[in-house]
Design a protein around this ligand. Structure first.
Ligand code: BG6
Ligand code: MG
Length: 217
């Protein structure tokens, strides 16, 4: 049996949820309504298009197709400005510890993210070289909780899906991992992520012994 390890990006490897939030809040304010941090929770793991649909529902704003497309672009331009100067300091604690351990043990590693900005972010924080394959919002047609992103990652790693482990911070992501019949590890609030098979607050709680256990069981 060969295990593959698949990581979500936003909220697992880097704390970009705050930048997504600032960009969505700016758009909401321009459209004349508030957008709270609590509402931003609904956006985790969710595609950009679906996020805008939810945002417009919150603000009760009707949009033409042209407006919708313009706001999608505007949000991303603002988001890109926020992440422009990101560097290694924004990697979440102990993520490199786990990536290094997997690399030392020749375990294949994939990214499985909804974001279309995954590649430049991994480059900015200097983590790109860890990943054997990257599957992101540019490669899939069905958003999480559909398992497509993780199934494609497993295929590209050459590992059967039931032998993959997924780290996720979003409900939709945990559901996608479960739907792919993978081992789901919730990183974050264990009540929110109660559908995960294992729960940890963050990577500081994930020991290399636990990773070793996942590699063998
Ligand atoms: C996910 C984030 O990783 O990517 C979502 O959790 C975001 O909040 C989604 O909407 C799409 O990201 P992007 O970078 O393509 O707008
Ligand atoms: Mg995430």
């Amino acid at each position: 049996m060969k295990r593959g390890f698949i990581f979500d990006l936003d909220g697992v490897i880097v704390d970009t949820a705050k930048y997504h939030y600032l960009a969505w809040r700016k758009l909401a304010n321009e459209l004349g309504f508030e957008f709270t941090k609590e509402q931003n929770e609904l956006f985790k793991g969710v595609s950009r298009k679906r996020c805008l649909e939810i945002l417009l529902d919150i603000g009760k704003v009707e949009a033409t197709q042209d407006q919708f497309d313009t706001w999608m672009v505007e949000k991303n331009v603002d988001y890109l400005a926020y992440i422009k100067n990101m560097d290694e300091s924004e990697i979440l604690p102990d993520v490199p510890k786990v990536l290094d351990f997997l690399k030392e043990n020749n375990i294949p590693i994939a990214l499985g993210s909804a974001s279309k900005n995954a590649h430049p972010i991994l480059e900015k924080v200097n983590l790109l070289h860890y990943f054997d394959t990257i599957v992101d919002g540019n490669n899939v047609t069905k958003a999480k909780p559909d398992p497509e992103v993780f199934l494609l990652a497993a295929k590209q790693l050459g590992v059967s899906s039931i032998d993959c482990v997924v780290f996720e911070d979003a409900v939709a992501g945990v559901e996608a991992a479960n739907a792919a019949k993978m081992i789901s590890i919730g990183v974050g609030d264990e009540i929110v992520l109660s559908k995960a098979q294992f729960n940890f607050k963050d990577f500081t709680e994930i020991s290399t012994d636990f990773i070793k256990y996942l590699m063998k069981n």
